[in-house]
Design a protein around this ligand. Structure first.
Ligand code: SAM
Ligand code: DTB
Ligand code: SF4
Length: 362
């Protein structure tokens, strides 16, 4: 049951969201147990592979170039440093790595070739690889799939209506299109939203309804609480109450019984009891490690202690789907071949006493 038919209208979902809190949590916990092991919570790590300088105007985002935040822009990380970070995350218990880039969209250039290599390398570590790189066309999605991408994250963020108040540089339909492209390529879809941006409860329900209207709802639904960052238009939003996070997690759990509901940004403002109720209500994953993309998150050790107290165990990689098989990427293989030929020509030229600078390869 991908979508719960008992809650497939705005009215029914609203009624559910507004139930007495403990009734709601009980119902969510009951649904959770039918499809998931309630002791397992996946630890997933985020890595900002390209930070800041983004041309978009997402009102919540510290990485948008037009806002004056403390985020320092960085160009794309190297494949080697990504692998090092991934190994570190794995050693600390993470079974999934989500690589984020502050891009409006993926472009077919050298940077994307490097991302493809990163996907192959992290998949080789037996971790679920997720990417969030902005808009994506069908060919790019296919290339990532063949490299071994397990999931693509692209959030609708809120209802279609409220979205317009937060982002003007790209449309809700653009987002739906990217999600569709990932889906068509056979990549699992991770898509969710943010609460605490000043939206009404109806907008939270509107987000869920957008997912209900899809032919196949997301496999994974992250629920973020806004991290209000100084310098962004949403800097003065007051933190959401953890009760609201619990309600949103529980409602999502019940509405999409088979999806993994991810308790995502905003945990630094929650206590252990609040998070425990989210796990009870069906959250099956957290972001682990002291940094999300650019903002703070609880330390690995803090989360380890929490897991121990609550009797939770980290979920293994590929518990919800097979490990993708990485295929050699033709563009990268061609580049390697070109580099190999260039090295041979250089050697030959050096032997003849030529300056290396003068060598060109067709
Ligand atoms: N640039 C790509 C994009 O927007 O699709 C990928 C990176 S973007 C940072 C990924 C997601 O992070 C956004 O869609 C948004 O839901 C979430 N996010 C960004 N800033 C946030 C904040 N301050 N608080 C909570 N979530 C945030
Ligand atoms: C998602 O829904 N939340 C994550 C992940 N997908 C990419 C991102 C949260 C970012 C929080 C703000 C920051 O650290 O920059
Ligand atoms: Fe750019 Fe993504 Fe941030 Fe929007 S959310 S400004 S697209 S990095």
């Amino acid at each position: 049951m991908k979508v719960n038919p008992a809650y497939n209208t705005r009215e029914k979902l609203l009624e559910l969201y507004n139930k007495p809190l403990l009734e709601l949590v009980f119902e969510a916990a009951t649904v959770h147990r039918q499809y998931h092991n309630p002791r397992e919570v996946q630890m997933s790590s985020l890595l900002s592979i390209k930070t800041g300088g983004c041309p978009e105007d997402c009102g919540y985002c510290p990485q948008a170039a037009r806002y004056h935040t403390d985020v320092e822009a960085h160009k794309l990380m190297t494949v080697e440093s990504v692998v090092e970070q991934a190994q570190n995350a794995k050693a600390n218990g993470s079974s999934r790595l989500c690589m984020g880039a502050a891009w409006r969209e993926v472009r077919d250039n050298r940077d994307f070739d490097s991302v493809v290599e990163m996907v192959q390398a992290v998949n080789d570590l037996d971790m679920e690889v997720c990417c969030t790189l902005g808009m994506l066309n069908e060919d790019q999605a296919l290339r990532l799939k063949k490299a071994g991408l397990f999931a693509y994250n692209h959030n609708l963020d809120s209802s279609r209506d409220f979205y317009k108040d937060i982002i003007s540089t790209r449309e809700y339909d653009d987002r739906l299109n990217t999600i569709e492209n990932a889906r068509k390529a056979g990549i699992t879809v991770c898509s969710g939203g943010i609460i605490g941006m000043g939206e009404a409860v109806e907008d939270r329900i509107g987000l869920l309804l957008s997912y209900m209207e899809m032919e196949t709802p997301p496999d994974s639904i992250p629920i973020n609480a806004l991290v209000a960052v100084e310098g962004t238009p949403l800097e003065d939003q007051k933190p959401v109450e953890q009760w609201e996070m619990i309600r949103m997690v529980a409602t999502t759990r019940i509405a999409f019984p088979q999806s993994v509901v991810r308790l995502s940004a905003g945990r630094t403002k929650m206590n252990m009891e609040g998070q425990a109720l989210c796990f009870m209500a069906g959250a099956g994953s957290i972001f682990a490690g002291d940094k999300l993309l650019t903002t703070p998150n609880p330390e690995f050790n803090e989360d380890k202690a929490m897991f121990e107290i609550l009797g939770l165990v980290p979920k293994e990689a590929f518990a919800d789907g097979e490990k993708p098989v990485s295929e050699p990427d033709p563009i990268i293989e061609a580049r390697k071949e070109k580099d190999r030929l260039r090295a041979i020509q250089l050697e030959e030229a050096k032997a003849k006493g030529f300056e290396p600078r003068k060598i060109t390869v067709q």
